[in-house]
Design a protein around this ligand. Sequence first.
Ligand SMILES: [Mn+2]
Length: 333
Amino acid sequence: MDYKKIQSIIAEKNKIFISSHINPDGDSLGSALAVYHYLTKLGKDCRIINHSPVPETYSFLNEDKIFHELDGDSSGFIKNADLGIILDIGDFYRLGDIAYIIEDHSIETVSIDHHPQSDNDFFTNTFIDLEACSVGEILYSYFCDIDKTTIDKDIILGLYIAVLTDTGSFRHSNTTEMSHKIAVDAINLELDIAKIYQKIYESSSVSRIKLLGNVIQNLNFDCNGQLAWFAINEDMVKEVNGSNQDFDGFADFFRSIKGVEVSMMLYDLKGKVRLSFRSKGKYKVSEIAKKMGGGGHPFAAAALVEGEFSQVKSNVLNMLSTYINKYDENNIS
Ligand SMILES: [Mn+2]
């Protein structure tokens, strides 16, 4: 990746906004935090502006209120910015309403990502590293290339959270030597990593646990137990007094069952269905997601499909079982 090019684009600009995808995760928030502190150090006028609020789990990153939701004031900042740095996006339109402000005002953008390039890549400059576990890891390489002493405690906090969450706590197959180097730096810079872990992974709301219980009651298995899938809808979330952040990670959880190779969530949005796929590594779920109009990584992918729930459900189940059965027939050991 041409880090010097990124550096030179930033050097010419003064008013910069940082953004990421709707429903931000640890990578998008952590990376934004790192870029924010970096740009501030460089003396830039910068602001993090996302379509969605910071999820409750990550509110500890926003004690200084540096994350802004899109509103009148922040959309004014975007319109007057001379650069947007967009992180972890996958697809331009996952910026939510920020995408339309960028389009309408022809704002120059730099996209830094580890998702495959999508058809909707309307960024001025695109920097993609598919091998990186997270955008946080790409940024770490950037800082190492430019000037490693830039990495201070604020910056490593963002990078560490990005890597921690996108590797499933250094367990997934995308975990690299670099991921662990970031952890080493985090410890050397005296981040309280046990506390960070507790805040992210041991702060489940009661509503989340109740919802998980209800989902477990209705968990389905197909393809000789290789596929575990479940459906969720707004009524189920309301019943437990929860929010739509409460089922984040459920698909990962069900993938952990012995014998399960693929897990899938279907979120019924009445007229649309959000599909989330997770794979242990045998099947490339991104291929199914692509066929449904979405995309992602080989083993973690998603799609938003228009249509009636029962129709989408039978389509995706057909597609998945055909894919799994065909794969197995061709790979009899
Ligand atoms: Mn990511």
